[in-house]
Design a protein around this ligand. Structure first.
Ligand code: CAA
Length: 258
């Protein structure tokens, strides 16, 4: 891979977009690599989760690559949008949790990439925005859909219609990020969350993510029936037996992920 770095330690993958000269902008090559990488990660049985970040201390991802998009016609624009959506979906549909460690600018496609992750933690210098209207386009990698679902239509539309950037504190206030931490503590903080997740039953972790991701697309009654089914599925696992037995025996559970 030319534009992404991936290191796996204690079954936690750290994925870094590595195009610092263009503030980690997403070009077609990077998006294609991202899809292939997440397909590989999805097949890793032991994987606890992924932490996603950007290279350098200035940007997470400053958006889709404008120098690439500039010459597109309608067909190329649609094709690029499709590719971006496939990449965001590859992140969102990974069976294990993905944390965005937002270490600077998360604009346009960069904000959309953070939105495709399950949890967003940012550094105090982070800046968020959907500045596409400044370029004569609309958000094209899921921003018009995932942003209002996360922060509500009013906040999402203000960001999309003004193109304004907001700082880390404001992103936290509107619920775009879970937490703001000092930049030099960002990765350690995200690893800390993953280490905590690693102690839990892996099947329950995956089913939690599935229940939320599939349920959000349904009406409440169907989503609750879906939850009941997935809750039931937990009882087919050894992890459920071990987790409840360990509680009653007042000891730490030893989950096996089966
Ligand atoms: N695409 C391509 N190159 C980019 C880029 C992008 N999205 N963002 C930054 N760069 C490049 C700059 O062109 C510059 O390159 P050169 O050194 O070769 O000139 C380099 O990164 C550094 O950027 P700046 O000099 O502009 O740095 P700055 O500190 O002055 O400003 C910034 C930082 C505010 C993030 C500014 O770079 C900026 O506004 N970038 C564009 C942000 C944007 O509009 N993103 C949305 C893209 S559209 C999109 O994403 C559509 C979609 O939904 C899919």
């Amino acid at each position: 891979m030319k534009n992404l770095l991936c290191e796996i330690e204690r079954n936690i993958a750290l994925v870094t977009v590595n195009r610092p000269k263009s503030l980690n902008a997403l070009n077609p090559e990077t998006l294609t690599e991202l899809i292939a990488l997440f397909q590989q990660l999805a097949e890793k049985e032991e994987l606890v989760g992924v932490i996603f970040t950007g290279s350098g201390d200035k940007a997470f991802v400053a958006g889709a690559d404008i120098s690439d998009m500039q010459g597109y016609d309608v067909f190329a624009g649609r094709e690029f949008g499709r590719l971006g959506h496939r990449a965001m979906d590859a992140v969102a549909s990974l069976p294990v949790p993905v944390i965005a460690a937002v270490n600077g600018f998360a604009l346009g496609g960069g904000c959309e990439l953070a939105l495709a992750c399950d949890i967003r933690i940012c550094s105090d210098n982070a800046k968020f925005g959907q500045p596409e209207v400044n370029l004569g386009v609309i958000p094209g990698f899921g921003g018009t859909q995932r942003l209002p679902r996360l922060v509500g239509t009013g906040q999402a539309l203000e960001l999309m219609l003004t193109g304004d950037m907001i700082d880390a504190q404001e992103a936290s206030r509107i619920g775009l990020v879970n937490r703001v931490v000092a930049q030099d503590e960002l990765l350690a903080h995200c690893f800390g969350i993953m280490e905590k997740i690693a102690q839990k039953g892996p099947i329950a972790i995956k089913l939690c993510k599935e229940a939320v991701a599939s349920g959000i697309e349904m009406d409440l009654a169907r989503a609750c029936r879906n939850e009941v089914d997935l809750f039931g599925v937990c009882f087919a696992s050894e992890d459920q037996n071990e987790g409840m037995k360990a509680f009653l025996e007042k000891r730490q559970a030893k989950f096996k992920g089966c």
